[in-house]
Design a protein around this ligand. Sequence first.
Ligand code: AVJ
Length: 330
Amino acid sequence: MKISNLETETRVSDRPDQFALDVLHGLSADPKSLSSKYFYDDYGSELFQKITGEKEYYLTKCEFEILDRLAGELPSLLDENQILDVIEFGAGDGHKTKLLLDGLLKSGMKIDYYPVDISEKAMLLLMKNIYDTDYLKINGVVGDYFAGLRHVQSISSKPKLVLFLGSSIGNMEMAEATAFLKVLKRNLKSCDSVLIGFDQKKSAEILNRAYNDSAGYTTQFNLNILERMNRELGANFDLQHFQHYGFYNPRSGAMESHLISQRDQMVYVQDLKRSFHFERFEPLHLEYSFKYLPSDIEALAETAGFTSIRHFTDEKAYFIDSLWGFGTLI
Ligand code: AVJ
């Protein structure tokens, strides 16, 4: 693994055939499913960017508002640390983070920023949006979150702030989120803290609209996973015969995304040398997006061994960025 700013880069890649294996398992299962992590090839990431610009998709706008205000208050909550390593999981294009970093720098902090992202393209985009100054040093890490975090821990003993924004944690089911956060905690020290983005539970109408934008980007975003199998695995999905269905399930507290087969059909995947049968109206599950009450967030923090220090929310109280630490802070 090597670490970098523009010239050099750290890399830890997934096994290249992992997608094929997951498709084999997911399409052989009953009910069928695929992991939402496969949304994010270059085209999928572009479509997600478009979704964030749609009026119905309030999440990104609300988090912008929160980070803008939070930046001024954060330094005092971080024990007045003047030197900080900021590590970001899934940094994307860095627009939101820039807001936060600018606020921290304004208060006189000196920051080493380590964005960690599996997508090299996203990293290059981010490097265009955020640059080195005397008080901000950027070190891109292309690869796995925890490999990146362990690497930073091994080269720097400064206090760390880990960012996991955008409600990406919402894509994990509860057991998975808990396991993820326990591993995160194991890789931190008592002077470190984390800031995690959670989408709040709210009226089903608002949620359903956010995941069914009228411009249709969410539909394209979901269908792109079929196109990705066509492109990368030589599958022959006919996109016209699948329909996007996204809805809020108040029992589980999650948005669910499915593609529903519109007819009885066979799909062949060349790389797997296998056909898969879809019954008429059979769903292919693609995504959960769990929604949280403040008390859900506190319970999760406690289960994972963190102390929830403070929730920051937007004017409408739609979204929360929650700051967690290690018990000694109030
Ligand atoms: C990128 C995971 C935060 O769950 O809201 C947007 C992805 N899916 N519209 C979310 C998504 C459908 C998004 N996250």
